[in-house]
Write a protein that binds this ligand. Structure first.
Ligand SMILES: [Zn+2]
Length: 416
């Protein structure tokens, strides 16, 4: 279903490596989304291409699949507003193309009824993610995966165009959403603007590669993305075949992970990735199935690192993001622990590693009632972006650009 795409570019900085190796990212999708993919296709469809203007760098292609044209109108207007907010906060050189599908994930899906209706996996609000990742060599000599939206900003001559969108996302119309000009929000309504802004930030690169890539039910270790030569999407396909024979080339971080540090030791998490990659440095090409790889890996000295990373990622306030300003004066090799207040602390509060939430969000307790509320793992029903901006204080009241808080802005400045 997902196809390999190889784009030839002459991206200057950072450089494309390995014959312009291009990867399409496909994070393990939720079962709920997956099982209903076919069901919505027969529904009436409204597709809108929203052209950009001078103020908006985001060009959306929106498919709103509902008979309720008023609802679709509000959905489209809100998405456009999210694009305006992000455009005014981020420094962008080239437009970002976004494909969004909005439909009822539960239409014709019996799993959505009864008990399953309140299971968060089946009652997903939505998601957005980069459609393509590019393997680029960074200024520290390490290869990392960049979302297309970001890779494009480095070189204006590199333009994959409107037919190769940067971000893809889906939102679930089964939920009761609240929109700007509606009566005051009720306790069972979700602010659609908050959802779109949050998901767009994931699509722009707020996401970690550290995950449980193993097909086992409860893997005991996490690693950055494991790459193969033959089939780039291998690990991202739903129900991939762990018996397929491939060639394993190493663990690769996303750009997000470059700025991840241990709060207590003050060290970069990237050092762990380098140590993990020593598994591949013994001269042997590692060929075989995922299970073959796993068997070798588990009996290697590097396995302890991957287990330790899972352990650390399931204890609160252990990991955070540094920004460019902080790295310029904090020497990680000599200065020891970070002040929590200097970091953007990521969510490691779940005692069981959750590939959707752990590290991919910011600490819920620390950032509730602050200007950096947006990337917490949830915005509760009854909660609005406008209300949260007010609670956060410092940022200009009444202006929705305040949804992208100071630490989140610093994050995007740092990766871009
Ligand atoms: Zn999220």
């Amino acid at each position: 279903m997902i196809q390999n795409v190889v784009v030839k570019t002459n991206c200057d900085s950072p450089n494309l490596v390995d014959q312009d190796l291009v990867k399409r990212l496909f994070r393990k999708p939720s079962t709920g989304t997956k099982t209903t993919r076919g069901a919505h296709l027969t529904k009436p469809t409204t597709t809108n291409i929203l052209e950009n203007n001078r103020e908006n760098f985001f060009i959306f292609s929106i498919s709103c699949q509902s008979d309720d044209s008023k609802l679709c109108g509000k959905v489209i207007e809100t998405i456009q507003e999210a694009g305006n907010i992000l455009s005014s906060v981020l420094v962008l050189k080239t437009p970002i193309f976004v494909n969004l599908s909005i439909y009822d994930f539960c239409a014709d899906d019996p799993l959505c009824n009864g008990d399953y209706a309140f299971d968060p996996v089946f009652y997903l609000k939505g998601y957005a993610q980069p459609t393509l990742l590019y393997l680029l060599r960074d200024d520290d000599g390490v290869e990392r995966l960049y979302p297309q939206s970001l890779a494009k900003q480095f070189n204006s001559s590199f333009n994959p165009g409107i037919n190769s969108p940067d971000i893809y996302g889906e939102f679930n119309l089964a939920l009761n959403y609240w929109f700007k000009n509606d009566p005051p929000i009720e306790n069972n309504q979700y602010d659609f603007l908050g959802l779109v802004l949050h998901e767009m930030c994931h699509g722009l690169g707020f996401q970690t590669s550290w995950s449980t890539w193993s097909p086992d039910d409860s893997p005991q270790y996490i690693t950055p993305m494991l790459m193969t030569v033959e089939d780039y999407e291998y690990l991202w396909e739903d129900n991939y075949d762990p018996n397929k024979q491939v060639t394993w080339i190493g663990f690769r971080e996303y750009i997000f992970d470059k700025y991840l540090v241990f709060t207590k030791s003050g060290q970069y998490v990237s050092n762990k990735t380098a140590a993990l990659n020593e598994f591949f440095n013994n001269g042997d090409v590692i060929k075989g199935s995922y299970y073959d790889f796993q068997q070798k890996f588990i009996s290697s000295p590097q396995y302890a690192i991957a287990k330790e990373m899972m352990n650390i990622s399931t204890q609160p306030q252990t990991l955070g993001l540094v920004n460019w300003n902080l790295t310029s004066y904090h020497n990680t090799s000599t200065q020891g622990p970070f002040n929590i207040s200097d970091l953007f602390v990521v969510d490691t509060t779940s005692s069981v590693f959750d590939p959707y939430n752990s590290i991919n969000h910011v600490d819920y307790t620390i950032y509730t009632n602050t200007s950096d509320f947006l990337m917490r793992f949830q915005i509760l029903p009854g909660e609005t972006v406008k209300g949260d901006i007010k609670l956060g204080g410092k940022f200009p009241k009444g202006q929705l650009t305040g949804a992208i808080g100071p630490k989140l802005r610093r994050f995007f400045e740092t990766i871009g």
